[in-house]
Design a protein. Structure first.
Length: 150
């Protein structure tokens, strides 16, 4: 737990977060991998799409398209930030067994609940993921609070 080296999948999620920031959005990124291949990628697009629900994980899972239940059960969801209630619920709904989280310092979703439901969480505590969010939260606090329902 914590301070592991960032792997290529989390790095892809960070690239998604940077893309979201470049588009004027909230810098959170996510990828879905099955059997070592990225099958979906996305970033928070609430601002860009005027969406109430397009958090990074939702965008990623949507972009992966309709998958079979057996596919989700072999999947790993990567997110630069600890998934909120909505995104955690989606992972539970589809039976995604493992979530790799870039950081949970700036925001922590219902991690204990996910664990209680049998989901494996790997918290990387990546300094770059923390820095991206801290910079954004200090620059755009009102937008950040809107994103987390505050």
């Amino acid at each position: 737990m914590g301070h592991e080296r960032m792997d290529e999948f989390l790095q892809a999620a960070v690239e998604e977060a940077r893309q979201g920031l470049a588009e004027g959005g909230i810098p959170i990124g996510s990828v879905l991998a099955i059997d070592g291949e990225i099958v979906g990628r996305g970033h928070n697009r609430r601002v860009q799409s005027g969406s109430a629900i397009l958090h990074a994980e939702m965008d990623c899972i949507e972009n992966a398209g309709r998958l079979k239940a057996a596919d989700y059960r072999r999947a790993v969801l990567y997110s630069t930030l600890s998934p909120c209630d909505m995104c955690s619920g989606t992972a539970l709904l589809y039976g995604i067994p493992r979530i790799v989280i870039g950081e949970n310092r700036t925001f922590q979703g219902p991690e204990e609940y996910l664990r209680s439901r049998g989901v494996t969480l790997d918290i990387i505590d990546d300094a770059e993921c923390v820095r991206i969010m801290q910079d954004f939260i200090s620059a755009r606090p009102k937008l950040w609070n809107e994103d987390i329902g505050e």
